[in-house]
Design a protein around this ligand. Sequence first.
Ligand SMILES: Nc1nc2c(ncn2[C@@H]2O[C@H](COP(=O)(O)OP(=O)(O)OP(=O)(O)O)[C@@H](O)[C@H]2O)c(=O)[nH]1
Length: 201
Amino acid sequence: MSGKSLLLKVILLGDGGVGKSSLMNRYVTNKFDSQAFHTIGVEFLNRDLEVDGRFVTLQIWDTAGQERFKSLRTPFYRGADCCLLTFSVDDRQSFENLGNWQKEFIYYADVKDPEHFPFVVLGNKVDKEDRQVTTEEAQAWCMENGNYPYLETSAKDDTNVTVAFEEAVRQVLAVEEQLEHCMLGHTIDLNSGSKASSSCC
Ligand SMILES: Nc1nc2c(ncn2[C@@H]2O[C@H](COP(=O)(O)OP(=O)(O)OP(=O)(O)O)[C@@H](O)[C@H]2O)c(=O)[nH]1
């Protein structure tokens, strides 16, 4: 891949066992392990990709979802450009815990403007028959909690995995574009001598 690459850090959060490591491994190595072990602390993998003409190196951080590893994972939240809030569609509790994960991330990543931070929600394990969360419920949660994009994935079947990580990149680029637009607006206003507008920033 040629051209200057933008380094983006995305972080996978969600209850233990929802499939965070499996999603990362499917995306980066195209492998799936049906006997995956729980993560202890954090792990990360990189993958280069091109989205809408932009070259990106995606640094994907996979965190331990089990409560006992909280102190090992939270120091790694800072500097994340996007957070992938993950639950498993066959595990209702993991869906009900999404709000806790969102709050934990905002607090430990020290997000200054949570309203505009790019979250993407993933409902994983859609290959399973015994669903406990409907698509409509998950979409409603996303609408109510920040109008986040929602994708249903399967690390096992490789359903929507690439789409999910590309969506994360698109969300980050959209926020970046908005910021650039606002900064440009300020520059123009200042040059013309008028008071800078802060309507979008
Ligand atoms: N059927 C199915 N099983 C999956 C899928 N994704 C992961 N699994 C299985 O679910 C179990 C847990 O997957 P992990 O990827 O380790 O889950 P995790 O969220 O990283 O778990 P922690 O490391 O404890 O936070 C493993 O047995 C995986 O094989 C999926 O899309 N479909």
